[in-house]
Design a binder for this molecule. Sequence first.
Ligand code: GAR
Length: 214
Amino acid sequence: MVETAPNLISPPLPAVWPRFDQPLGLGVMASGNGSNLKAIAQSIHQGDLHAQIRVVIYNNPGAQVAARAARLGLPAVLLNHREYASRVALDQAIVATLNAHGVDWVVMAGWMRCVTAGLIDAFPGQVLNIHPSLLPSFPGLKAVDQALAAGVTVAGCTVHHVELAVDSGPVVMQAVVPVVATDTPASLQARIQRQEHRIYPAAIALAAESRNCT
Ligand code: GAR
């Protein structure tokens, strides 16, 4: 389908992207497709986001993100949550893997598991998530379906710092898209994802720059 709906509010990307003393060391956590991983990698490759993806962690064997990581030449580690006795034990393994790869910033890109304090506290203020709604509206699963069911006329996506409650924490950046009468969950999700791919690299840079300035 040809996309005819205009972008309602697309925050501008930085005219000049921040440079850091060292490239940001990113650890990307994903459960599924990995299109946000690809967008972040492209932004780095283009010289916009001053970062390196040091490791990709995924929890579902066979997830598309593993193949994407391989195509991008990135190390990928499967930590299958089904093999851990608890969320705490899984997160201990995640933290150990992130530390072993020299990660500074944890970037959850379609990570569909609740996280524990052990992960959040290991990277204070440096754990980010993206969610396909205008938080605080529609946290949790099937956010796009929730938005359509509620009859909203605008939807969007949010990059935020991660706190313990699901899809909560200070907002770093949001983008807003229109909802049109003919929208299905798939068409609206595709429109939102185009904005996710624009804002996530910029939001990582903004979050890191803000931290540098404090
Ligand atoms: C993205 O739309 C992201 O916002 C969502 O999962 C998708 C992953 O897509 N995350 C959540 O719903 C987290 N609550 P991707 O695997 O193609 O990057």
